[in-house]
Design a binder for this molecule. Structure first.
Ligand code: 5GP
Ligand code: ZN
Length: 115
């Protein structure tokens, strides 16, 4: 854990953030600044800065995050209407928090190309 990392602190339960899903490897919670009616973040408990720093050892964990994101979307009732999973990296990608996180966005029609 990186004690200076906001998402590490959320995963550790040290912030006033409700976890809507948790297991031994990851947690999910509502984005503080939602960009859609449903906007959930799924993060690993391990402090991985982002996808570009993930290693082959993380292969199972990354797959797990995707499957948890799909489960969260199902629980949120957006499976049938559809949703988007987003993983940002770097300045051009729009990454703001340097702890890997998967956005689950739904409840409205998404546009393409993304902004
Ligand atoms: P990024 O731009 O790095 O892909 O996404 C970071 C996301 O984290 C943003 O959507 C932002 O609103 C969210 N976020 C940043 N700080 C907090 C926080 O303290 N709590 C929650 N719930 N979300 C946060
Ligand atoms: Zn972290």
């Amino acid at each position: 854990m990186d004690e200076n990392c906001i998402f590490c602190n959320i995963a550790a339960g040290e912030m006033d953030t409700d976890l809507i899903y948790e297991d031994d490897r990851c947690v999910a919670f509502h984005d503080i600044n939602p960009q859609a009616p449903t906007h959930v973040l799924v993060i690993p408990r391990e402090h991985i800065v982002g996808i570009a720093e993930a290693k082959s050892d993380h292969r199972d964990l990354l797959g797990h995050l995707m499957l948890v994101a799909a489960d969260v979307a199902r629980q949120k009732g957006i499976e049938d209407s559809g949703y988007r999973l987003v993983l940002n990296w770097g300045d051009d990608g729009g990454m703001a928090v340097p702890h890997l996180h998967l956005h689950v966005l739904g409840g409205r029609t998404m546009t393409w190309p993304p902004g």
